[in-house]
Design a protein around this ligand. Sequence first.
Ligand code: NAD
Ligand code: TDX
Length: 340
Amino acid sequence: MKILVTGGAGFIGSNFVYLLLEERPDWKVVCVDALTYAANIHTLNDALKNPNFTFYKEDIRNREGIFEIFEKEHPDVVVNFAAESHVDRSIENPGIFLETNILGTQVMMDACRKYGIERFHQVGTDEVYGDLPLDRPDLFFHEDTPIHTSSPYSTSKASADLLALAYHRTYGLPVTISRCSNNYGPYQFPEKLIPLMINNASQDKKLPVYGEGLNVRDWLYVKDHCYGILAVLEKGKVGEVYNLGGHNEKANIEIVKIILEELGKPESLITYVADRKGHDQRYAIDPSKANKELGWGPTTMFKDGIKLTIDWYKNHMDWMNECTSGEYQNYYKEMYKDRV
Ligand code: NAD
Ligand code: TDX
């Protein structure tokens, strides 16, 4: 089995690469990543020593380059993680989100059609369902919940999902889609809530909480997400969508307070800042289809996962410093300057 993973130098993609190298030692893993700001090639240092792993620096928007890789590697399965993934950046600059997330996905699927594959798996997000009200804890996202996006990011991801389903119906491409809730764990770029707060708190910097911090996200440990994708590849039905989540809803402010407590830092570091435009209130996944049909469910409880995560960042401050040196400083100033 040869599996091509796009976006494997990013957060979830790299965790998936390591899971495959460990759990499927007879598989060849080919990683394609453009190494944007969100990637850190050092994340793949250990993978690069493994003879089953090959890395290509390539952009999924580059049709010629992607086709050349397919010509050479002939993968059996493709898993498409590569994306622009940060909602705040999509609000500032939507164009690149449409290019990578929609047109890049099209290039990947065109290559799959031309060279033939057993499966194209699109890594999707629960954000395609829009949001749920805070006062209706009885409501959840099901696979047939209407697509109702809020941000340019979620709209680009919804478009990619629809295009993937269209390629299945029109061309018979063997497509599956998973839609996951918020992930946390090692190797997440510190523009996202949890690593950003860990990084700031470690340096006694202010923790910028949007609005009143009451928005709710449904957190899943990244390794559980990766096992879910593997389950879809091995047991899922072509043409189907699977929601992945662990019924672990938390308000942002709760997360921030847990981080402060774990790091032994004072709550006085919390600063409430201007809210995100169009900020989704609550995400909550109903994962019962994946539970029933794939036998998948999360195995890491949040109380354990968050400790593992905080310890990981504490022990990998070099990795964090690589991510936050240079361009990140400008990003942070720009993104947060008008919020305070
Ligand atoms: P990330 O931003 O950490 O990583 C994205 C990776 O894709 C990076 O390595 C980047 O270099 C690469 N990339 C970006 N543009 C590219 C291009 N044009 N060509 C090739 N490579 C490119 O993102 P992540 O959090 O790991 O998310 C991975 C996937 O999972 C995304 O599709 C995202 O929408 C989805 N997802 C993320 C979450 C989450 O909580 N992070 C939840 C559900 C779904
Ligand atoms: O500085 C911050 N302060 C803050 O209050 C940041 C960066 C975030 N927040 C809030 C906004 C959200 O309510 O925290 C929550 C989580 O924010 P993000 O980490 O940016 O994630 P989110 O917008 O929920 O989207 C994430 O989950 C779904 C991923 O980034 C997406 O790729 C994924 O599809």
